[in-house]
Design a protein around this ligand. Sequence first.
Ligand SMILES: Cc1cc2nc3c(=O)[nH]c(=O)nc-3n(C[C@H](O)[C@H](O)[C@H](O)COP(=O)(O)O)c2cc1C
Length: 371
Amino acid sequence: MIFWFSQTSIAYKIGSFRIKENQLVQIGNHILKNNLVVAPMAGVTDRPFRQLCKKMGAGLAVSEMVTSNSLLYGSEKTKRRANHEGEVNPISVQIAGADPKMMAEAAKHNVDNGAQIIDINMGCPAKKICNVMAGSALLKDEPLVSQILKAVVSAVDVPVTLKIRTGWDKQNRNAITIAKMAEDIGIQALAMHGRTRACAYMGEAEYDTIAAVKQAINIPLIANGDITTPEKAKYVLDYTGADAVMIGRAAQGRPWIFREIDHYLKTGEHLLAPTVDEIHTVMLEHLHDLYDFYGDLTGMRMARKHISWYTKGLAGSAQFRHTMNTLQTIELQLQAINDFFAELKAKNDRLVYIDNDADGAESNASEALAA
Ligand SMILES: Cc1cc2nc3c(=O)[nH]c(=O)nc-3n(C[C@H](O)[C@H](O)[C@H](O)COP(=O)(O)O)c2cc1C
């Protein structure tokens, strides 16, 4: 049974801006509050970050991938990834692996631990994952894809979603075949990154294959890849006809991007940049969540990369980021942030980015490949 549902769409114009309203994405029994999804990112979309993004406007946030290897269920890392205490619904957990039976077991295990949606990773190009023929490497083996999807869908009674790339490489863009197969098997939404496995993170994401897949299936399609601004989100939605967009790297250090895009899609207008005070508070709350979630030492270390993303491009941040990585206690970390924000506030009430470091994208991409 297909649970895709779209309320009557009302389109109207403000100036030259065309707005569509009341198109709700439904995955199983979950109606999303909007069409903005946080991409699964290993090492990033932990519970504190997912909660924050949902608070700041995302309709859905997919967890970091969880291994399907049951031998690791007891490990601290895997237990932490299965911890959803206090998380706003719907809770979507991504599983990764290449063995149908193990993937089915992993799906059951995560549902028992609170997952309300199971997402299958066939989109991640990380070597660690592809070397065991999981993640996007699976796209090469269509019969195995079919077995995994069937095994997982029949193992759980929550909706199962799938994340893929456009294909294995540019000569083998088999996304349409995989998408149709997924729909027939009972997958209830498909997220698609507009690159092949071989493209890794190079070049620009392409949206033609996503548009073609949208024409071929009836389940909700979530477009992903290089969406960094409200305008780009609107462009991708219009160009592909996708039902939702998924945002990864652009949300790092800027979780408020979701409310900015949401507002723009609904009104055609931009929100003002957030105030320095607001983001200072958001960041402190985020860091305290990280300390609570990981414990002081690991939390302090995990916080470093988020602090670096939050401050990238802000006045004086290069020196600040350098010093930050040498600080060894929570107290010093928090004090440095308070000092940095006090200086920032003396210059402006609102956040002003003076430099959108080009090296950000590269370092993120290599992190993803290592993930
Ligand atoms: C640090 C990092 C970790 C990632 N981990 C995963 C993962 O665990 N599972 C997955 O399906 N994709 C993973 N991805 C890919 C993203 O979900 C997304 O498809 C990709 O970053 C493209 O979207 P973007 O241009 O909005 O970042 C990761 C990406 C990054 C940057």
